[in-house]
Design a protein. Structure first.
Ligand code: SF4
Length: 478
């Protein structure tokens, strides 16, 4: 990748001019530039670091980097997908930093990491990090850097003990973890230095949520400006990390946060993405649609992250159509109401039908549903009900393009379903749905069963991505 790609960036913040004694920092995303720069979390952390005079921050991706310091003092990773894990190790090798924290010497950088994967369960990655930041970065990040500055010249052990005093900072080498047997769960975690016995995940309590700090045509969603409308989800489906990891449900203030952010973003681009695990559950979502329907925004392209099925009405569909989006995505999990009750998904089949009918009446040309197989308690008859539901939808909204995306249930830490395994029946069930649906002209898109197993194995039954883990993260698209 050439530096011209960085040159395509339009920044929505002013980076600081670094002091002569600034700490050299490398802040990495373990995937390509296009993927990394589309991560709102990565953008926010990078902008926070880049706005500090006492840091000299360079970015690193798997296929691109800014000019890197020869002797970084801090190397950070934003980890939002567990299958990027291997890229962390490759980037450390590229930087000639020992992979294991225990093998790093005084002159070598402290390697820190944060993000949903590490917050959900840091333990599978603990050997590779000197420091892991647990929770939301809004206040944690600056406190971590301030603490580092206060011990910058101290020896490594003193540095780590001081950093571990910051709420939310986990220093794995200062805790002894024991397990039940060789393949059992964690038995105990004990501090082995003068550090807090427990590390408290940090939660931000403000009503100003995140918005893009950079817009670029090189992003995976070209030129998109992203605004976080809500954080977490009040529905608490029993498998859903997007809900449980970031509770409580918080909403951005419409006038104090969303409107000014949108105005700022739309001064540099015409593409807006509304993000959050459950954006339509914002209490003023209707007013937000009215705001976006003002004539001065007629030429913007609007994309939504997840939409709760029961909230798909004609006004929402027509607003999307007006703003150049032709399809909407809803997560239904299954066609079986019994199974939805098991997962605590408060959704009836008639609401799914109403969503499809409203989508069509509002002018949308396609609806994509997300489901899962291998949900705990699933029986063969539940799959029949999924097939029936898709057939009913086809009749109820003729002409609307129907797609069912389907993944395999992978258990996530912090959720009530964390101790259930991946069902060995799941692969067979994906094939069965494929046979039944494709023969009826319904577009069925299964996600790889093998990768679901890999996901579960890497994390020891832990997986994470901060948008909705059932798949309703997918942006509504053309
Ligand atoms: S699956 Fe969707 S509706 Fe359920 S808790 Fe997660 S984000 Fe909310």
């Amino acid at each position: 990748m050439s530096t011209a790609d960085f040159a395509a960036e339009r920044l929505l913040f002013t980076p600081a001019v670094s002091d002569p004694t600034a700490v050299p920092v490398i802040f990495a995303f373990p995937n390509t530039y296009s993927v990394g720069i589309t991560s709102l979390g990565y953008q926010i952390v990078w902008a926070t670091l880049a706005q500090r005079h006492d840091l000299q921050t360079s970015r690193l991706f798997t296929d691109a980097h800014e000019s890197l310091p020869t002797q970084p003092e801090l190397v950070g990773f934003s980890v939002s997908w567990e299958l990027d894990y291997v890229n962390i190790l490759a980037l450390l090798e590229q930087l000639q930093v020992p992979l294991l924290a225990a093998e790093r010497q005084a002159a070598q950088p402290l390697v820190f990491g944060g993000g949903p994967v590490l917050t959900a369960n840091p333990e599978p990655f603990a050997d590779f990090f000197d420091v892991i930041l647990l929770g939301e970065g809004e206040t944690l990040l600056d406190q971590f850097i301030d603490a580092y500055q206060s011990v910058r010249t101290a020896d490594r052990h003193t540095q780590l003990v001081r950093l571990a005093q910051v709420p939310g900072v986990y220093v794995p080498s200062l805790y002894a973890v024991t397990y039940v047997g060789s393949d059992g769960p964690v038995q105990a975690i004990q501090a082995i230095a003068a550090v807090p016995a427990q590390v408290q995940k940090q939660t931000y309590r403000g009503d100003v949520l995140s918005a893009s700090k950079v817009v670029t045509e090189k992003a995976a969603w070209e030129n998109i400006y992203m605004v976080e409308v809500v954080r977490s989800c009040p529905e608490m489906c029993r498998f859903c990390l997007a809900s449980y990891l970031t509770l409580p449900f918080r909403t951005a203030s419409l006038e104090g946060s969303l409107m000014p952010a949108i105005e700022r973003g739309l001064s540099v681009t015409k593409r807006l993405g509304l993000l959050g695990a459950s954006v339509t559950q914002h209490p003023e979502f209707d007013a937000l649609l009215d705001y976006l329907n003002r004539p001065e925004y007629d030429d913007i392209r609007l994309s939504l992250a997840s939409v709760r099925t029961g909230t798909v009405n004609q006004k929402l569909a027509a607003t999307l159509v007006k703003h150049d989006t032709r399809s909407i995505t809803i997560a239904v999990e299954s066609g079986s109401e019994r199974l939805r009750r098991i997962v605590n998904k408060k959704l009836q089949n008639d609401e799914i039908i109403a969503a499809a009918v409203n989508a069509k009446a509002g002018g949308l040309s396609a609806i994509k549903l997300y489901g899962m197989v291998g949900i705990p308690g699933e029986e063969a008859t539940d799959l029949d009900e999924t097939v029936e539901m898709m057939k009913t939808l086809k009749k109820a909204a003729p002409g609307l393009r129907l797609t069912l995306g389907c993944s395999t249930f992978v258990p996530k830490a912090h959720t009530p379903f964390q101790w259930f395994g991946v069902s060995p029946e799941a692969e067979k069930r994906l094939k069965l749905l494929q046979k039944q649906l494709r023969s009826r002209g319904i577009d069925f898109r299964p996600e790889s069963y093998s990768w679901s197993v890999v996901q579960a194995l890497i994390l020891g039954a832990i997986a994470a991505y901060l948008n909705c883990c059932c798949g309703c993260v997918t942006m509504a698209s053309r």
